[in-house]
Design a protein around this ligand. Structure first.
Ligand code: SF4
Length: 183
């Protein structure tokens, strides 16, 4: 029997290639959309809807968390020393908790396909999250599949966003400032 894994999905484009890789590694994948940092709400909705449209086309079951706690999220991002670590930790904790609730031991994230994210920071956050319950973070470096994710998402007509997500990253793309979680 295939081992189940809960895949945190930051967006549909990143999910395309990661899903392909995980399935070819023999996993039974369930997706989880949880990205409260995406700003503004219209952009959040656009990424959410893109995933809702694409996931059924590849037979991917997805659990959607579509509430939008803006005030709490801004407070949270400003409260940590490194906002990207705080953002990773929040998403990995929620994914790990959901995996545990669903009886799924393994979890991972589509963030691991991005050449722009700091993978060491992501792994650190995920390991801290998994230490709180009986789950295990599976880290695979999917960066070599990044171009494939662009190709697959273009072929599927999936919306690709021009910035990471939060209001800070939306500003930083114009000012050419690197986020504290990017390489
Ligand atoms: S730049 Fe991306 S990872 Fe960093 S805080 Fe913003 S949304 Fe989160």
């Amino acid at each position: 029997m295939k081992e189940k894994i809960l895949l945190h999905i930051c967006c549909a484009p990143c999910a395309t290639a990661v899903l392909e890789n995980l399935r070819s590694d023999g996993y039974d994948v369930t997706g989880y959309f949880y990205n409260p940092s995406i700003h503004p709400w219209k952009e959040f909705k656009r990424r959410l809807d893109a995933l809702k449209e694409w996931a059924p086309s590849v037979g991917l079951p997805v659990i959607y968390q579509d509430d939008y706690p803006l005030e709490n999220n801004i407070r949270m991002l400003l409260g940590g020393e490194n906002r990207c670590f705080t953002c990773f930790l929040d998403r990995m904790k929620k994914t790990s908790e959901l995996a545990s609730d669903q009886g799924i031991r393994l979890f991972t994230s589509t963030l691991s396909v991005s050449p722009y994210q700091n993978h060491e920071l992501l792994v650190q956050a995920a390991e801290e999250a998994s230490a709180q319950n009986e789950t295990e973070f599976i880290y695979n470096d999917h960066r070599s599949s990044y171009l494939r994710s662009i190709k697959l998402s273009r072929e599927a007509g999936v919306y690709r966003q021009p910035y990471c997500g939060c209001v800070f990253s939306e500003r930083d793309r114009y000012l050419k400032i690197k986020s504290p979680g990017s390489l």
